[in-house]
Write a protein that binds this ligand. Sequence first.
Ligand code: ATP
Ligand code: RIB
Length: 321
Amino acid sequence: MSKILVIGSSNTDLITKVKRFPLAGETITGQLYTQAMGGKGANQALAARRSGGDVSFVTCLGSDANGRSALQYYAQEGLDISRALQVDHAPTGTAVILVNEEGENIIVLNPGANHQLHPADVSRLSETIRDASIVMLQMEIPLETVIRICELANEHNVPVMLNVAPAREISESLVSRISYIVVNETEIESITKLSLDKHAEDEVIDHLLSMGAKTVILTLGSRGCIVKSSTFRHEIHAFQVETVDTTAAGDTFCGALVAQLSKGETLENAIRFATAAAAICVTRLGAQPSIPFENEVKEFLQAESNGMPALKRKSGSRSIF
Ligand code: ATP
Ligand code: RIB
């Protein structure tokens, strides 16, 4: 099987479930507290692994208890972490996450060691990048590091999937280096500077394609996603499920997608699989504890296509099949 290289963040997520988000100056009581592994890079690496990918994960952690337990956990989960870094001068990243009763979240990131992954560190990974079948990136490590990885991947003709999350502006020259660009609505608006209130989704996607992106995947939360290139357009509806927590829906989608592509699946089939994996994720609390395994996703898809959904549907919803 071909090797997926994920380079990105790793966080300890401090998650509190609340009835509603607090107002400025207000103190509220949480309903439930839990701590779990997270970070967009780690979530995507794990999602790719649980979807059957052969995954190497490069990340930068602190030399602290959180960093040590993260590495131990990733190794147990079957990620190749032989090129992960640990630094003494910054703590492992953390994310403070509130989840409300609708399953929506508010996240405050403390990047810590994630911001210590520098271009010089990845320049040393040229051979690892060359030997990968695809490189997967997000935006929780420094932008200049993301750019350097893309340069190296381009030199070796290795495709890059970039999930531009969290949202930020990126240059046309970076966009043109990407094979698959995965964005949600906020993210595509930040890059194209076009508002989806004023422009149709296809118009905004076409603008991103005109900036040099080869394939754009615009995720639309509970509505699904649109996949578009110069020769292909496909729209996939999300599965209707009871939403507990949407944290890591996008990460699960990206990781499952890259794993299926690395196994030689068509883009259309890989997107359908990723959509199912993300639907299962939103029915559970937390980031990494919510990421499903390949067999769960296959069973979910089988049950859906038999008209016998495996998971409880959102009240009042119908099957889309
Ligand atoms: P997040 O930041 O919450 O991890 P995101 O904003 O990057 O996610 P979304 O567009 O919200 O990405 O979700 C990614 C995919 O996950 C969607 O395309 C969809 O397939 C699935 N998804 C998200 N929310 C839901 C939901 N409420 N019900 C079913 N599927 C969902
Ligand atoms: O996408 C979800 C992730 O965003 C969380 O796991 C949190 O660590 C933040 O990075």
